[in-house]
Design a binder for this molecule. Structure first.
Ligand SMILES: Cc1cc2nc3c(=O)[nH]c(=O)nc-3n(C[C@H](O)[C@H](O)[C@H](O)COP(=O)(O)O)c2cc1C
Length: 224
């Protein structure tokens, strides 16, 4: 808009100068002419130097660049450590899935018929999450970490996936476990997420995984 006004002003002044040149000018008209001339030159400089509104500035480029969110669920800190490494290496934001009702030690004692066992027995259970990600739209890559519970992701991860629209986003799962691989746990999550989310293969990490191993994985999948 500013550029258009400058352009119009510039041409108006060029015409005025031409008209004055033809007619001959008095001393007062000459002073006026000199002011007009300076303003015209200033307008011309502005037109030449003002950046076009369609050209991205550094800030705009930052805004449209890919943004990654590391999301994790962890009851005893193993997945949390790996998630923190991932976020630290990538300089990504991090979000913890916090259960509305925390899991006690008794809840987590597996093969006892406790809370976690019961939840994993029923694929329709959706434990409530405390808090939410306000700006999910800003992220185009989600790195999702969880512990393996009876071969699958904890049901609260399903609650998380059903809480947002992941259409078009890249989903990268990873898990931690005592010994099981990631197996079908990630594939089971695809069905409860938008069809247009793009899932990459997942990776399992052992307890006490090193930052170097996490770094190697990030290099392997090419998201560094
Ligand atoms: C209810 C429950 C079920 C589990 N099932 C498995 C399993 O099937 N295979 C396995 O290797 N580890 C299993 N584990 C162990 C966890 O996957 C492992 O300790 C994990 O790294 C814990 O992650 P966290 O510290 O982030 O909570 C289970 C743990 C719990 C609480």
């Amino acid at each position: 808009m500013r550029k258009t006004v400058s352009l119009l002003l510039f041409f108006a002044m060029v015409l005025l100068l031409a008209a004055c040149g033809q007619a001959g000018v008095s001393e007062e008209q000459g002073q006026l002419l000199s002011v007009v001339q300076k303003t015209a030159e200033q307008s011309k400089t502005e037109m030449e130097t003002e950046p076009s509104e369609s050209v991205s500035t550094g800030k705009q480029e930052e805004d449209v660049s890919t943004k990654t969110l590391v999301v994790y669920f962890s009851c005893t800190g193993t997945t949390e450590l790996a998630a923190e490494y991932v976020a630290g290496i990538l300089g990504a934001d991090i979000y913890e899935i916090v259960p509305e009702v925390p899991y006690t030690e008794a809840d987590l004692a597996y093969y006892t018929g406790g809370r976690a066992d019961q939840e994993q027995d029923d694929p329709d259970v959706r434990p409530a999450i405390s808090g939410s990600v306000e700006n999910m739209d800003e992220y185009d890559t989600i790195i999702l970490g969880y512990p393996i519970w009876h071969g699958q992701a904890p049901r609260i991860v399903s609650t998380f996936l059903e809480s947002y629209d992941f259409s078009g986003k890249t989903m990268i799962p990873f898990c931690t476990s005592h010994s099981s691989g990631i197996g079908s746990s990630a594939v089971s999550l695809h069905a409860i997420c938008s069809e247009s989310a793009v899932w990459m293969d997942g990776r399992r990490f052992e307890a006490g995984v090193s930052k170097e191993s996490v770094q190697d994985w990030i290099r392997e999948i090419g998201i560094e």
